[in-house]
Design a protein around this ligand. Structure first.
Ligand code: SF4
Ligand code: SF4
Length: 172
């Protein structure tokens, strides 16, 4: 289970995270708090409520399980909207981190275009393939985080979310 860590140097010992933790997994230490891994369910609530930036998630730990869960949650939602959902991938302003970061980030590849599909796995596979293709022999998707992104797509295909097989039809 992936769970956050508390940076003791940044923690102000305000106890806010303790009040929000649904599992009572945060305990007082000397002048700061610590997370008990055995109790933590990895919900991230403490990370969100800490205004001192003392709680951080180690995204590169146990990443495979997170990727699988993302596909599984998507599967449940997709099952609910089957036949009514379409997927669009905007391959523009492609950066290492997501666009929720409040800064203009360096592009990892030039703009490519817009993809659309009724298959969520196919559209993501095509997205990844096009970005890698433009990486000049390197995988730009691994430039910042050395994670196997294909594991998420493979799991999505395995559970029936979609197919990694696709055909690109270019519209001019
Ligand atoms: S909310 Fe942040 S600063 Fe306050 S106790 Fe929790 S980790 Fe420490
Ligand atoms: S991730 Fe959730 S369960 Fe774990 S310590 Fe933070 S608030 Fe508690």
């Amino acid at each position: 289970m992936t769970h956050p860590r508390v940076n003791a140097k940044k923690c102000r010992d305000c106890s806010v995270c303790m009040a929000f933790c649904p599992e009572a997994a945060i305990v007082q230490a000397e002048g700061h708090v610590v997370i008990e891994p055995a109790k933590c369910i990895g919900c991230g609530e403490c990370l969100v409520v800490c205004k001192y930036g003392a709680v951080k998630m180690k995204w590169d730990e146990d990443s495979l399980r997170i990727q699988e869960k993302l596909a599984e949650y998507a599967f449940r939602v997709f099952a609910h909207f089957k036949g009514k959902a379409g997927f669009v991938s905007f391959l523009v302003k492609i950066t290492k981190d997501c666009d929720c970061m409040a800064k203009d980030q360096k592009r990892i590849v030039d703009d490519i275009g817009i993809l659309a599909s009724l298959d969520p796995v196919a559209v993501d596979q095509a997205t990844a393939d096009l970005i890698v293709e433009r990486g000049g022999g390197k995988d730009p998707l691994r430039a910042g985080y050395d994670l196997d992104w294909s594991a998420q797509l493979a799991h999505g295909e395995k559970i029936g979310l979609g197919s990694t097989d696709y055909e690109l039809v270019e519209l001019s």
